[in-house]
Design a protein around this ligand. Structure first.
Ligand SMILES: [Zn+2]
Length: 174
């Protein structure tokens, strides 16, 4: 099992080594026994073709999980990202000058967005380089089944609690 990259304030340099895997979730909730990162409450609507209980009050959000190498320590890990991060990576992928985001490193910067007055996440591409031999091996050995399992929609909503409110009584514990 791979760990999730915890984005630090400032600079985080990564190399993407897999395609992005999309899943639908309700980000304001987490599974009762889960941790939030990459374990957000998955919405079953893609399997059941009907809205789940939470879809009725707020629509499910798209998130993506990717396999990456964290360049700080050469660790193979996972990146769980929402639209802010994903849309920036996608723009690079669509760019004629940058293209396939597996071909270059990315610096993910968590810095103060002075205009918005809060921390913003910005993606900066780093000029193309080949992977080192050890990184090529990490990429070749990456277990894609983990990403597939992680993003497969469930057949029903699991028991959940609000995200970030640890002592809040769960809405639903039946
Ligand atoms: Zn739902």
């Amino acid at each position: 099992m791979y760990e999730f990259l915890q984005l630090q304030e400032g600079s985080n340099v990564i190399r993407i080594i897999t395609k992005p895997y999309l899943y639908l979730c309700h980000p304001d909730f987490v599974p009762l026994n889960g941790s939030p990162n990459g374990q957000r409450l998955k919405c079953p609507s893609a399997t059941t073709y009907t809205m789940c209980d939470l879809c009725k009050s707020s629509s499910a959000k798209r998130r993506w999980v990717l396999g990456i190498i964290a360049k700080a320590n050469n660790n193979c890990c996972l990146l769980d990202c929402g639209t802010t991060l994903y849309s920036q990576i996608r723009e690079l992928a669509l760019s004629h000058y940058w293209g396939d985001p597996e071909a270059y490193d990315l610096e993910i910067r968590n810095s103060i967005d002075y205009y918005a007055g809060k921390i913003g996440t910005f993606v900066v591409p780093i000029p193309k380089t080949d992977l080192f031999r050890d990184e090529q091996l990490i990429k070749a050995n990456f277990d894609l089944d983990i990403l597939k399992q992680m993003t497969t929609p469930p057949t029903e909503l699991v028991k959940y609690k609000p995200f970030g409110v640890s002592d809040f009584p769960p809405d639903r514990i039946d």
